[in-house]
Design a protein around this ligand. Sequence first.
Ligand code: AMP
Ligand code: GLY
Length: 450
Amino acid sequence: MRILLIASSAREHAIAETLSRSRYKPEIVAFCTTKNPGIAALASRLEVGNILDFKRMTDIAEEIKPDFVIVGPDDPIGNGAADILSELGIPSVAPKKSLARIESSKGFTRDLMKKYMIGASPKFKVFSRIAHSVGALSEEKKSLYSYIADELGGEFVVKYDALKGGKGVKVSGEHLASVEEGVDYAIECLDECGRVVIEEKLVGVEFSLLSFVSGTQVCDMPAIQDHKRAFESDTGPNTGGMGTYSDADHSLPFLAKNDLDLAKAINCRVAEALLQECDEPYKGILYGGFMAVKDGIRVIEYNARFGDPEALNILPLLETDFVDICQAIIDGKLTDDLVRFAKKATVCKYITPRSYPTAKEEKGQPVTFPNIPTTARVYYGDINQSDDGSLHLGGSRTAGIVGIGETLEEAEHTAQSLCEKVQGPVRFRKDIGTSQLIHQRVLTLKQLRS
Ligand code: AMP
Ligand code: GLY
């Protein structure tokens, strides 16, 4: 068994580790953006390069003839890595390009959910560039202004309609101070990619539900809460995610049973809608980003891959064989008995350089990790290893430290005490997974719903 892993971050370190636990003992060959020391230690070969260079990717694939390929990051998935590999007769655990529009086009997702009457969307409208003519720009501005101000009452979100490294979404009151600023950003989006989604700003508590999907076969993973803001108490700029937690019952303390049941049903219906719309089964990970609101739940977005850090919480809990799951996704034989997770709580805290995400001042400086007990994991992200074995910071997220326990309190305590022992010019969010923060989430939703 040989597997090619396309990788860019700690998420794929977690994937490689989960593969290495398989009874098939697969040989892992990795094609990575950097020489990730975690993946390097598990792979028989690691090639560093531009993972959007599909010629290089297919050269490696043709040479090693893998049983299948796992594509981790959004860019190669959105650009059609699975289509190109499929032409060579090599299957992928990743959806094809047209299906991956569920992540690469926010407009496609909103339109799909509307067409198949899935509900759970905020009020929205997709705007397309009007053909250039005299007055077209002022026409565009006028209709954007009127939708934002009149239809949405000035509480709005503007979404770039293509992949933008997680930086395409701007929210009123956070990134956009006025309707005019919203209109300007929407015009910028139209200039760059021809389409923009404007939607109602939702108020509530966010959570993620990821599912393994093969066509209409859907097996869910534990629900997770991510923390995108850089600093404690959810302040500062957005990041790739500073940490995540999941509870031992595979739900989250603020969710009602009905919220999670609805999220599961929505993931199923989206998988079905994708099959009908694209005439092709979705094969990979479907990541639903939801918000629990005053009267139920809404879909914020979909991703076509594992989340980072979500994968760091989820994969260490997998008790069944990941290779069996991948094979079943490819063969259309995905059943519930193939997917079982330990009933444990997890808390992941990301170690980052001190000046992340605004600067990269600490790049190249050494960092050391404490010994990691069996109740924890460390997954390496943007970190480099010298020939003498020492580790050095990159500019982005360094490593996710995951505590695993019977309760959230225990998992948080483990993650926190390990994070405190990391030496180097780094920081992490102390509040993620703490009782205080979780209590706040419970209270917020309770108040919204009372
Ligand atoms: P996305 O890239 O779609 O995940 O959006 C990034 C972040 O923007 C989400 O995690 C939310 O915090 C926020 N966001 C997106 N859509 C909405 C919405 N309709 N209402 C409120 N916040 C939103
Ligand atoms: N944790 C957010 C993401 O992977 O998109």
